[in-house]
Ligand binder design. Structure first.
Ligand code: UD1
Length: 337
C-alpha cells in the first residue's frame, strides 16, 4: 500500500513518513527541497531501516505533479504537507502563497481524480478558528475570517475539499494541528527553519545554543494567568501518528463523511513562560529572555477539545510538555554537532 507524502522531507512530513513506514506502508515523498534537504532520506532510512522513494518535484507545477502520479501508479492515498507556512511572509507575499499552496492542492486532486486515487489527508491548522469565543475549541466551532493569506489558504483548501469530496470519489480528512514542536527521539530528524525562526521552539533552542542572543517573549499583559499567550503544543511524533490513523480510517472506509475535520492537539494549554520553564527544567540550560511588545496578529489563547479525535479516530496525544521541550533541545544539539 503506497502513500504519497508531499513535503515529506519537511518537519511534519518526515516524522509522518517514519510513522507510516513503521506501520508497514510504502511511502513516496515528493518535495522540491525548498525548505529541507535530501539528507533527511538517509535519516529516515536510519530510523526505519527502509529508504522511502523520493521524487524532487515542484508540485505547484502541473507537469511535475503529473510526473509523480505517472511514475508511481500504486499510490493509494495522499498526505499533503507541501505548503509555504510563514504567517508574516504570507502577508508580504500573498500572491506567492495563494499560487503555491492552492496550486499544489489543485494539481494533487486533479491527478488523484485522473488516476483513481481516493484518499486524501490535508495538513490544516487551528488557525482556521481565529480568536476562539469559548475554550476548549471544538471542530464544530465557527471558522472565522482569516488574518493572514497563510491561514486563508488553509481555509480555502478545506472549503474546496467540501465541494470536491461531494462530487468526486475523493474522501478526505483535514487535520487541524495545534502547535507542533519536539523532534524524533533519535534526534535524527526535527525542525530546521531557514533563517531567523518565527516559531517559539526553534527560537528557544537556537537561543539556548548561542545562535540567537535572547528570546523575546511577545507580550506580558494578555488576559491570561501569567500575562503571556497560551497555545496547545503537540509533540510532532504524536501528530505524525495521527496521520497514520487518519489514512487507515480512509483506507478501511471507516469515515462517516466524505470530508471530516479533526483537532490534533493535547487539550492542554501552556503559556510562553511555562514553555521556558519546562525547557530550563528538562535541559538544565538557562535561557536568556526578556519581554517585548505584543506581536501583531497573535491570538491570546487557544487549546483543543480533543474528544472527537479520541472517540472517532481512537487517537490521543501521549507525550508530555517536558518530553517535547527536551527532544527539541536534543535535536538542536545534534544539529550543532
Ligand atoms: C503560528 C500560526 C499557525 C502555524 C504556526 C506554525 C497563526 C494564528 N498561527 O502559530 O497557524 O501553524 O505558526 O507555523 O497564524 N513567541 C514569542 N517569541 C518568539 C516566538 C513566539 O513569545 O520569538 C510566542 C508567540 O507570541 C505565541 C507563541 O510563542 O504566543 C507561539 O508562537 P509560534 O510558535 O509562532 O506559533 P503561533 O503563532 O501560535
Amino acid at each position: 500500500m503506497r502513500i504519497l507524502t508531499t513535503g515529506g522531507t519537511g518537519f511534519i512530513g518526515s516524522h509522518t513518513t517514519v510513522e507510516l513506514q513503521n506501520a508497514g506502508f510504502d511511502v513516496v515523498i515528493a518535495d522540491n527541497l525548498s525548505n529541507s534537504n535530501e539528507q533527511v532520506l538517509d535519516r529516515i532510512e536510519k530510523i526505519t531501516g527502509k529508504r522511502p522513494a523520493f521524487i524532487k518535484a515542484d508540485l505547484s507545477c502541473p507537469k511535475e505533479c503529473k510526473q509523480v502520479f505517472d511514475t508511481y501508479k500504486d499510490i493509494e492515498g495522499v498526505i499533503n504537507f507541501a505548503a509555504y507556512k510563514a504567517v508574516g511572509e504570507s502577508v508580504e507575499k500573498p500572491i506567492m502563497y495563494y499560487q503555491n499552496n492552492l496550486g499544489i492542492f489543485l494539481n494533487l486532486v486533479e491527478n488523484m481524480k485522473n488516476n483513481g486515487v481516493k484518499y486524501f489527508v490535508q495538513s490544516s491548522s487551528c488557525t482556521v478558528y481565529g480568536e476562539p469565543d469559548s475554550l476548549p475549541i471544538k471542530e464544530t466551532s465557527p471558522v472565522k475570517k482569516a488574518t493572514s493569506p497563510y491561514g486563508h489558504t488553509k481555509q480555502i483548501v478545506e472549503e474546496m475539499l467540501s465541494f470536491i469530496t461531494a462530487s468526486t470519489d475523493i474522501k478526505a480528512i483535514a487535520l487541524r494541528y495545534f502547535n507542533p514542536i519536539g523532534a524524533h527521539e533519535s534526534a535524527l530528524i526535527g525542525e530546521l527553519p531557514n533563517g531567523v525562526p518565527n516559531n517559539l521552539l526553534p527560537f528557544v533552542t537556537q537561543t539556548a545554543a548561542g545562535i540567537r542572543k535572547e528570546l523575546k517573549v511577545f507580550g506580558n499583559d494578555y488576559p491570561t494567568p501569567d500575562g503571556t499567550c497560551i497555545r496547545d503544543y503537540i509533540h510532532v511524533v504524536d501528530l505524525a501518528k495521527a496521520h497514520v490513523v487518519a489514512v487507515k480510517r480512509l483506507l478501511e472506509n471507516k469515515n462517516k463523511e466524505n470530508l471530516e475535520f479533526f483537532n490534533i492537539g493535547t487539550g492542554k494549554g501552556f503559556s510562553v513562560l511555562e514553555i521556558i520553564n519546562s525547557f530550563e527544567k528538562t535541559t538544565g540550560v538557562k535561557l536568556p529572555w526578556s519581554f517585548a511588545p505584543r506581536r501583531e496578529g497573535d491570538i491570546i489563547q487557544i487549546w483543543a477539545d480533543t474528544k472527537y479525535a479520541e472517540e472517532e479516530l481512537g487517537w490521543k496525544a501521549q507525550e508530555t510538555l517536558d518530553t517535547m521541550t527536551l527532544s527539541s533541545w536534543k535535536w538542536q544539539q545534534a544539529l550543532d554537532k
